[in-house]
Each structure stands twice: as C-alpha cells, then as structure tokens.
Design a protein around this ligand. Structure first.
Ligand code: FAD
Ligand code: NAI
Length: 482
C-alpha cells in the first residue's frame, strides 16, 4: 500500500475491478478498496461474482441439466433410470466456480500492479486536487488516510427490504439466501416477478419445488416488448411457475417452521403457506460508510450518486459507476462505465452507448432484448415496422428441441434503421448481440436482409425476422409482401 495514488477505486465489483485493471494497463498507480468477505475469505468480484450473476448461472445450469435429463432426453431414445440431484454437490460446484473466478480477479489485479486494499474505503474529501480517502482495514488495523488525484466510487447495490416480509435469513431470504438453500423447498414463495424472481424461481422449480411468484404490478415484465412479455409469461406458466400478477403481499410471518404469506389481489385476501420465501423486489444503491460528511459529492433525489453522461460526479476527478448511479443495474453496464471513467481520467474521449445495453433473463428459453421495444418506438412518434419469426419454423431449433419462442425486430419504417431486437429463445442472450452490433453500425433492415446466415443455425431466425419486416420471410406465410 502506498500513501498516494493516481486513482483509488472504492468497491471491487465488476465496475470497480475492471476499472482497476484498465488503470493498471494505462500505467496509473491504482488501489481498489474492497471490504467483502465471502464464505469466510476476503473476495473481489462484488455482488456479481460472489452472490449474483455467476452463482445464479451455475445453479441455472445445474438445474437445467437435471430437468433435461429427467424429462427431455427420453424422446431422444436415451434411458437413464431414476435421476437424482445432490443439492450439496450442486452448491459446492457453484462455490468452486465463484472461488475460481474471484481468485482469478485477484491475480489479474496483481498482474496489472493494482493494489487490492482489503477493507472499507470512505471518501473524506473529494473537492481539492488531492482527494482524501480513509481506508479501514478488514484485519482490525488502524484506519489510514490516503490521497489520490482521482477517485471512482463503485460500491454497488444491496437488495431492497420490505417491512411486510422481514428477512430472517432462514425462512424469509433475499437473493443471496436463495443461492444456498440446503434442500429443495417443497413450496417456495417469491415476492417480485422481476429478473431474480424468474431466474431463482426457475432454479428451484426445476429441482422440484412448487413455486408461486407474487407480482404487485398488473403487467408482467413491463420493461420488455409486450409480445415478448406475453410469450415469456405463457412459456414460464407452462413450465409450472405460478405467477400471480396484480397481487400484493401484505404480511409474511414464520409460524411453526413455515412462512405464512397474506396477499391482497384486487381486494381479495388470501393466506398461503411456504417452506421458504424469497424477497426480490429490486435493489438500491449501497452507500454505507462510502461518503464522509465533507466528501462534497451530490446525490440524486432517489439516493443515487449524481453523475453526467460520462459518470463524472459534481466534483472534478471524482467518478461514480455501476449500480450506484442511474441506469440499469447490470454487470456489463458497470464494467463499461468503469472503463469509460478510467479512460476519461487518462484523457480519452470515450463514451458508453446507453441505447445498446442488452438485457438478458436467463430462464429457459432465455428472454433478451436490445434497443427500443415496439411500444417505446411508437411513443416516440416513430413510424414503426416490425418483423417476427418463430423458432418453431427454424430447423436447428427444432432439431435441438428448442422450437419455443421467437425473434422480433423493430425498425423505423421511413429510414429502415434497426431500432431494437427482442427474443424469447434458447440462447436469446447471445442472439440479440447481433442486434447490438448492427445497431452500433447504424444498420438498416435491408443491410441485414442482404447478409448470408449459416444454415442450420438459430441465427437464421434473425435473418427471417428482418426479412419478415418487409413481408419477405421464406419459412412463414407472409400476409404483407414486398
Ligand atoms: P457490486 O457488484 O455490488 O460491487 C460493489 C462492491 O463494493 C461490493 O463487493 C461491496 O462489498 C463493495 N463496497 C461497497 N462499499 C464499500 C466501501 N465503502 N469500501 C469498500 N468496499 C465497498 N447482472 C448482469 O448483468 N447479469 C446477470 O446475470 C446478473 N445476475 C444477477 C443475479 C443476482 C442474484 C443479483 C443479486 C444480481 C445480478 N446482476 C446481474 C446484477 C449485477 O450483480 C450488478 O449489476 C453488478 O454486480 C453491479 O456491479 P458494481 O460494480 O456496480 O457493484
Ligand atoms: P427487478 O426490478 O427486476 O424486479 C422486481 C419486481 O418486483 C418488479 O417486477 C416489481 O414490480 C416487483 N415488486 C416490487 N415491489 C413489490 C412488492 N412489494 N410486492 C410484489 N412485487 C413487487 O428486481 P430484482 O429481480 O430484485 O433484481 C434486482 C436487479 O438485479 C435487477 O434490476 C437487475 O438489473 C439485476 N439482475 C440482473 C440479472 C440479469 O441481468 N440476468 C439477474 C438478476 C438480477
């Protein structure tokens, strides 16, 4: 540890640790302060690597394999005998993946000469040229004041608590608790049909739980294109997720080792009993011990750190990124902001294109999109044309037993410019990257129509969707034609 750095980053999640690596690559002296202790050991990687993206995807993968082997391989002529799941082994595999990745991040910081300071960072004063940051070590050592020319705040977010369902870490849990159930709950309640509710609800349903998801809003996945949310709702319900829209949980309490949940659906009160209840109603910016009284950093009305388009706060040389600031709470958004902040500190004029941040919900099939929905484009007064192609007519999807869902494109009818791509499909998260790249290059629908897509691939459905925008899809009867 030095006394003074070119850059101090507070928070070692995907936003902070990528910023530290990039700063090291650019030759800055950099420290990343991270206080997280995961399963007894100090850990980099933030929410994403320790209790978010990665462990949830490990469980999604294990549970998907289990369900496939149990229910789907028979039609291929494969017989297996009785299929069983060892939950403790599944959780150990997840933990090993997390450890491998977080250890890898520590090695990357070291390899890029970025110091990882294990403890809490507090910006005491960000106003002058030399910013003051207090570092309080995890090991109980004395707090020291460090100086830095630049500071990046990257302290991330934590789950929102609701008073009607207080977390007790045993029966009523947040997303972190739901990654470590020691056994499959027979009945699982979930509050919030958002990204976490659908992903973790799917994990435990596939493993055998009866899952009820309560959603306060009347609309399912309101941020998604309405055709996508309708299709996703239909498919998830068919899989057995019992999603109750327009239903508010008014009380949840533990009685005799069970969680009794009271709900109000349009005035109708109901009581149901579960073995576990997951509360996943969104996340909030985490600022505990982040800013001293004289830090000088302005916040928004909603308690986020206020930043401009380039993640600069109101203070010169002080940046804030990731879940702590406006925009979607996504790891890849945090990462790009971290790199942008460092490169701006280094004098580059880079920027993040917030119009092409991809959303993916890792259910099966996946739900993913980039750019404008049809509804958003219409709200902006754009003369919209859309194209859609069903996976049921895609040879590769059918061969793989993945004929559910569709790919949809949204375009400007006047200019032919691609504005959005939406998919409910196996691998949708990867598929919509084609839309992202096309949008970055300001592609027209015609540009994509004129490209050759390999056969047989699921990507051919992208080609057919852009062809169908002009009534030209080959493997579907076209009502409008060009
Ligand atoms: P974080 O990852 O939250 O990291 C911030 C770090 O700062 C934390 O480790 C914290 O300990 C540390 N810190 C805070 N204050 C201080 C301080 N004062 N001093 C020192 N250290 C401090 N996003 C996706 O894009 N894809 C996914 O598949 C996905 N899955 C998710 C699944 C779950 C269950 C959850 C909960 C989230 C998921 N997310 C996913 C969201 C993603 O995890 C976050 O958007 C991302 O981690 C935000 O990165 P960050 O760097 O801003 O903050
Ligand atoms: P979310 O914002 O996705 O969903 C929360 C849901 O809960 C919303 O539908 C909301 O209407 C509902 N809700 C809010 N209060 C409620 C109440 N009192 N009763 C019933 N329903 C209520 O938030 P979630 O799922 O907690 O995830 C947090 C964040 O983590 C997300 O914003 C997302 O950005 C990130 N994340 C991303 C993932 C991915 O990219 N695949 C995976 C998991 C999380």
């Amino acid at each position: 540890m030095k006394d003074s750095y070119d850059l101090i980053i507070i928070g070692g999640g995907p936003g902070g640790y990528e910023a530290a690596i990039r700063a090291g690559q650019l030759g800055m002296s950099v420290a990343c302060i991270e206080k997280r202790v995961h399963k007894g050991e100090p850990a980099l990687g933030g929410t994403c690597l320790n209790v978010g993206c990665i462990p949830s995807k490990a469980l999604l993968d294990s549970s998907h394999r289990y369900e496939m082997i149990k229910d789907e391989v028979e039609e291929h002529g494969i017989s297996t005998g009785e299929v069983a799941i060892d939950i403790s082994k599944m959780l150990s595999r997840k933990d090993a993946i997390v450890k491998q990745l977080t250890g890898g991040v520590a090695a990357l910081l070291k390899g890029n000469k970025a110091d990882w300071l294990q403890g809490t960072g507090t910006l005491l004063d960000g106003k002058g040229e030399d910013k003051k940051v207090q570092f309080t070590p995890l090991d109980g050592g004395e707090a020291v004041t460090l100086t830095a020319k630049n500071v990046i705040l990257a302290s991330g977010s934590v789950p929102i608590d609701i008073p009607v369902a207080p977390i007790d870490h045993e029966y009523i849990v947040d997303s972190t608790g739901a990654l470590d159930f020691p056994e499959v709950p027979a009945r699982l309640g979930v509050i919030g049909a958002g990204v976490i509710g659908l992903e973790l609800g799917s994990v435990w349903r596939r493993l055998g739980a009866e899952v009820v998801v309560y959603e306060a809003m009347p609309t399912f996945l309101a941020a998604a294109d309405s055709a996508v949310s309708k299709e996703a709702m239909k498919l998830l319900a068919k899989q057995g997720l019992d999603i109750r829209l327009d239903t508010k949980v008014t009380n949840a309490e533990v009685k005799d080792g069970k969680v009794v949940v009271t709900t109000d659906a349009k005035g109708e009160t109901k009581e149901e009993t579960f073995d576990k209840l997951i509360v996943c109603v969104g996340r909030r910016a985490y600022k505990e011990n982040l800013l001293g009284e004289d830090a000088g950093v302005e916040l928004t009305e909603r308690g986020l750190v206020a930043v401009n388009d380039y993640c600069r706060t109101n203070l010169d040389g002080v940046y804030a990124i990731g879940d702590l600031v406006r925009g979607p709470m996504l790891a890849h958004k945090a990462m790009e902001e971290g790199m942008m902040a460092v490169e701006r500190i280094h004098g580059e004029k880079v920027q993040v294109n917030y119009d092409t941040i991809i959303s993916v919900i890792y259910t099966h099939p996946e739900i993913a999109w980039v750019g404008m929905t049809e509804e958003q484009a219409k709200e902006q007064g754009i003369d919209v044309k859309t194209g859609q192609f069903s996976l049921a007519a895609n040879g590769r999807a059918l061969a793989a037993g993945e004929g559910q869902g569709f790919i949809k494109v949204v375009a400007d009818a006047k200019t032919d410019r691609l504005l959005g791509m939406h998919a409910v499909a196996s691998g949708a998260g990867d598929i919509v990257h084609q839309g992202m790249i096309a949008m970055e290059f300001v592609s027209s629908i015609e540009d994509l129509q004129l490209m050759t897509f390999a056969h047989p691939t699921i990507s051919e459905a992208v080609h057919e969707a852009v062809l169908s925008a002009d009534g030209r899809a080959i493997h579907a009867i076209q009502r409008k034609r060009k």
